[in-house]
Design a protein around this ligand. Structure first.
Ligand SMILES: Cc1ncc(COP(=O)(O)O)c(C=O)c1O
Length: 371
């Protein structure tokens, strides 16, 4: 991690300090409230639970510290993406999405934007720049994209999008702000599913939008207030707690992923291995230039659907589960979720287990299917 990322990590657990009065609890209190005491003029005070909540404020403060920008919290990653689309787009707009990114974002555009007259095109992440951005209101990328882990040059896309008059939004879910800060590369908006590594314990869904553009923050805050797409205070409290250990967990997960990817590469059962940290990976040079770490996701192919299922289900330290970024390692055969990948394609999320133990379990399961 760079000096500045280390400085941000060090300051994170102390963000509450400046607001503390003598006798206040050091950990964040949970405020469960639909209503607040507001006699007379309520301006400047918490008024109603759909408008504001002190526990959201605290988690947004942490996220803003990490992103270097104001943040608005949402009850899931998809709620954050919805807020962006519904708050910023209007009939007649065209948007550009990754063809190889999280499939639900395309489903959202197809099922719910199209009927309102917002059209969309798709492009592969690795060639996202090709074709330019003329005529688009918004370009939306994921880098690395889930699940194929291709990346795009965020700074180059931001520059080209801006020259064409388009906004650039980056879904930073696979990296977290400790792995990559797209706003520093010129993106206008970051969206992320904090359901994954930021919360890290696989027990809540959460999301956020970050932007240094005050109009965008006002628009998505207005969408949250009016649509009622609000995070629960308890979920916000759990994410606040998760964020306190994100640096430690992310560091362990990324370091372990580097070890495991190298060893997987030379295993006879594996083909099509993708991990941006490998020198042989097509994304490696760009990843080195743009990312702080190489992440904790690895993708690869096994010979068949059955072999992939057996590998996942028989690995003693692997949860067979969708999603990623939890303390436990997990893996999923992504064609199960409708991604356009081979039947034996596996997305592996490296967790916080000690790496040598984890590798022993992975190797044993791979050796078993290699027969
Ligand atoms: C890249 C990416 N973006 C957004 C989401 C949506 O997040 P959530 O499930 O919290 O709505 C996901 C979920 O897997 C994801 O992988």
């Amino acid at each position: 991690m760079s000096e500045t990322a280390n400085a941000r990590a060090a300051a994170l657990p102390h963000l509450r300090d400046s607001g503390l009065a003598k006798g206040d609890p050091i950990p964040l209190p949970l405020t469960m409230a639909a209503i607040y005491h507001t006699p007379g003029d309520a301006t400047g005070f918490d008024e109603y639970g759909r408008f504001s909540n002190p526990t959201w404020d605290a988690v947004e403060h942490m996220l803003a510290h990490l992103e270097g920008a104001p943040c608005v919290a949402f009850p899931s990653g998809m709620a954050a993406i919805c807020s962006l689309f519904f708050a910023l787009l209007k009939t007649g707009d065209r948007i550009l999405l990754p063809s190889d990114g999280y499939h639900t974002t395309r489903a959202l555009a197809d099922r719910f934007l199209k009927p309102f007259g917002v059209t969309y095109d798709v492009r592969p992440t690795s060639t996202f720049l090709d074709g330019g951005f003329e005529g688009y209101r918004l370009a939306f990328v994921e880098s690395p994209a889930n699940p194929g882990l291709d990346i795009c040059d965020i700074a180059a896309v931001a520059k080209a999008a801006h020259m064409a008059g388009a906004l650039l939004a980056v879904d930073n879910t696979t990296m977290t702000p400790f792995g990559q800060r797209p706003l520093d590369h010129g993106a206008d908006i970051v969206v992320a599913a904090d359901t994954k590594a930021p919360n890290g314990h696989s027990d809540v869904l959460f999301g956020h939008v970050a932007s240094r553009n005050a109009d965008i923050i006002t628009a998505v805050t207005g969408w949250r207030e009016i649509s009622g797409s609000i995070p629960g205070p308890f979920e916000a409290w759990l994410v606040h707690r998760g964020l306190e250990t994100l640096d430690v967990r992310f560091d362990r997960m990324c370091s372990s992923a580097e070890v495991i990817a190298r060893r997987l590469k030379s295993h006879r059962s594996i083909s099509g291995l993708r991990f941006p940290g490998l020198e042989s990976d097509p994304s490696h040079n760009l990843a080195r230039a743009q990312m702080e770490r190489f992440g904790f996701l690895i993708s690869f192919e096994l010979a068949s659907e059955d072999k992939a299922e057996d590998f996942i289900n028989n690995c003693a330290l692997m949860q067979a589960a969708t999603s990623f970024g939890g303390v436990h390692s997990s893996a999923e055969r992504r064609s199960k979720r409708g991604d356009a990948v081979p039947l034996g394609f596996v997305r592996l999320s490296v967790g916080c287990e000690p790496v040598e133990e984890l590798w022993k379990a992975i190797e044993a399961s791979l050796d078993k299917i290699s027969g």
